[in-house]
Design a protein around this ligand. Structure first.
Ligand SMILES: [Zn+2]
Length: 468
């Protein structure tokens, strides 16, 4: 029986279940072996499976088990993850991704680790790696951090509010005596002059402005902390400039992805007894519509003292980050900032769904993150500071405006870079910013290991860059 290149002897395999993509002739160098559970009605047999980019698989069906061997061509690890994921998709309906046992022949540990992580998620934790105990322990540890990140992003925005984020960080810190938490509520934010954060969150009663800070200092260490900053817009309506349906408004619960990533990285580092001080900084609120919503054209004085003209109420992420960064800078004097935010749709529209733009990484961190990305199968683009992107943020009425523009119509693809330069205006130490809009969410539907919604990217690379 021949169905779209898959030869098998199942009782009944509807054509729609198979998604076999034409292979090219790339030479495979090594192979992965997956032991999968299959439905009982699948009879014994064997099948050739060809998947995108030259990966080739052989599937053996034996009673209620299936053995899938995937020969991997010479590709980057990010591409190999994609090939393996496509192979599993091509089998959807024939084989259950339930209990999976993973083994490899001449496959690098990195490959087993990152593909193991994808299988860990696909099988909802039912992965086994009997021949690789140490790697499997790392898969479970990283997988749990990715689960936390993903579950916050996927949660209903009516429960994953600024109040829930504050509460969960405070509760987690109860078990960690080397962590001090400070939560500024709306009244305190107003008194202190965090006017940008208050302007963005002013229309929401259920998810009002909060600035959540958590300071971690290992015993006896005196040096300045690294600030880990995350944007926590728990739902983004766009504000008075309401988002049209085509602007992904139904996915805008993911606009706290930066906060979820920052909390997941910070808690993982603290639990691993990271040797240097860290500071978690999460400005969070909902960008809602209502009588108290900020108006386009408003002139707002930031915590740092610079004035900002609100040109468009949907460019709100940079506003709350500006006050969070400036407050953390004046009170805690960090040695640097590592910032995560679903900041611009430009990150997706300009660079596609598989790579995270990274702005202003210092050379040592760029090198660490680039190597970690290669080892963990995630891609990054690195961008430097440039004067014209700084100038694009200046305004005639105020010091800055929240929608940067390059002269003419030259800004179309520059949104991620322009917005990153806005953040620099508020940092009193080196700042590295990851615009995770494209990668935190499964926009393409084909992110390896992810179903609908949150992907968990790029947490595994960040953990690896910090040595975890
Ligand atoms: Zn927005």
């Amino acid at each position: 029986m021949q169905i779209d290149g898959l030869t098998a002897t199942p009782l009944h395999v509807p054509r729609g279940y198979l998604r076999v993509v034409k292979a090219d002739d790339a030479k495979a160098q090594h192979s992965l072996e997956l032991l999968l559970t299959g439905p009982e009605h699948v009879l014994a047999g064997s099948a050739e499976v060809r998947v995108l980019a030259g990966g080739q698989g052989r599937l053996s069906l034996e009673e209620s088990q299936a053995r899938l061997q995937i020969a991997l061509p010479t590709l980057s690890l990010a591409e190999q993850r994609f090939v393996v994921d496509q192979a599993l998709r091509s089998l959807g309906g024939i084989v259950n991704v339930g209990d999976i046992s993973l083994a490899g022949s001449e496959v690098s540990d990195e490959c087993l680790l990152t593909i193991g992580l994808d299988l860990y998620h696909r099988s909802k934790g039912r992965l086994r790696m009997p021949k690789h105990a140490a790697l499997f322990e790392r898969v479970q540890r990283i997988g749990k951090s990715e689960d936390l990140y993903r579950s916050w992003v996927n949660e209903d925005p009516s429960t994953r509010t600024s109040i829930a984020i504050s509460r969960d960080v405070q509760n987690w810190a109860l078990d960690h005596k080397d962590v001090q938490v400070e939560v500024l509520d709306e009244t305190m934010c107003k008194e202190l002059g965090l006017n940008l954060l208050c302007a963005v969150g002013g229309a929401s009663d259920s998810s009002p402005p909060r600035l959540v800070l958590a300071s971690y200092r290992p015993k006896g260490v005196k040096s300045a902390p690294l600030a880990i900053v995350g944007k926590g817009i728990t739902f983004d309506t766009g504000g008075i400039n309401v988002k049209p349906y085509a602007s992904f408004v139904s996915m805008m619960k993911n606009d706290m992805g930066g906060a979820a990533l920052a909390v997941s990285l910070f808690t993982a580092l603290v639990e691993a007894e990271h040797p240097e001080p860290l500071l978690l900084v999460v400005p969070t609120c909902e960008n809602a519509v209502g009588e108290r919503a900020m108006r386009p054209g408003a002139l707002v004085k930031s915590y740092a003292g610079k004035t900002v003209r609100i040109d468009h109420t949907d460019a709100e992420g940079r506003l709350i980050l500006a006050d969070g960064i400036a407050y953390a800078g004046s009170k805690y004097q960090p040695r640097g900032y590592l910032c995560f935010a679903t900041l611009t749709t430009s990150a997706l529209n300009s660079y596609g769904p598989y790579a995270t733009p990274v702005h202003f990484a210092e050379p040592a961190f760029e090198s660490d993150l680039a190597s970690a990305g290669q080892a963990m199968g995630e891609d990054f683009h690195f961008f430097p500071k440039r004067l014209w992107h700084t100038l694009a943020n200046s305004d005639q009425e105020a010091d800055l405006r929240n929608t940067a523009r390059l002269p003419g119509n030259a800004s179309a693809g520059a949104g991620s870079r322009n917005a990153a330069h806005f953040l620099l205006e508020f940092a009193n130490a080196p700042l590295c910013h990851l615009d995770i809009f494209a990668t935190t969410w499964n926009w393409s539907g084909e992110a390896p290991g992810a179903g609908y919604g949150a992907t968990g990217a790029p947490l595994r690379s960040l953990l690896a860059a910090f040595g975890l």
